[in-house]
Ligand binder design. Structure first.
Ligand SMILES: [Fe+2]
Ligand SMILES: [Fe+2]
Length: 187
């Protein structure tokens, strides 16, 4: 079965490749931090991203959607560059930009869920919801780690993400149900 929804096809291909970039980036990130607890936490996030990539691929295969070669190469390079840069830019920046990136990723999956629903497919709602929530957990991990950092207020003002600002409206302490989650990310 093929799907007639070009935005959805593009979003799936993008998410598939971007998950690889994220996983690569976290390899460098985990390698560059000294604190063993942080290493373990970031390693776990890397594993989550590989799992997301696999899940997205399995959905794509259902509809004969091939990975985009362009995105695969582009995000491979981006992931590798970020991975290496973690060793030279200190502790704060990888934490900050990982959190900021995760914040944007949350909506990808809720928007995908909505696109599928637009073409009357709801069987992926559960996994897409779980992936969106997992990205939110990643965001919150970085947010909490940065919470008391004196650089955060300045970066928050410049880059628009931090302890008070987020790129999504998901609240882990007050989650919408899978059905209600179509209301997320409408801004
Ligand atoms: Fe992910
Ligand atoms: Fe993530």
């Amino acid at each position: 079965m093929n799907i007639q929804h070009s935005k959805l096809v593009k979003l799936l291909q993008l998410a598939y490749s971007a998950e690889k970039a994220a996983a690569f980036a976290y390899i460098g990130h985990a390698g560059s931090v000294r604190n063993p607890d942080e290493k373990v936490a970031i390693k776990q996030i890397e594993m989550d991203e590989w799992q997301h990539r696999e899940t997205v691929l399995s959905i794509m295969q259902r509809y004969d959607i091939p990975p985009s070669r362009y995105y695969e190469i582009k995000y491979h390079i981006i992931g590798r560059i970020i991975s290496c840069s973690c060793y030279v830019i200190g502790w704060f920046m990888p934490y900050y930009f990982a959190g900021r990136l995760e914040s944007g990723n949350v909506c990808e999956y809720f928007i995908m869920l909505r696109y599928f629903n637009e073409i009357e497919i709801s069987e992926h709602d559960g996994v897409l919801y779980e992936m969106g929530m997992k990205e939110k957990e990643h965001e919150v991990y970085f947010q909490k780690s940065l919470e008391h950092n004196p650089l955060l207020p300045l970066f928050e003002r410049i880059f628009g993400w931090g302890s008070k600002s987020s790129f999504n409206d998901v609240d882990l302490d007050n989650k919408s149900s899978v059905e209600e989650s179509t209301g997320y990310c409408k801004r």
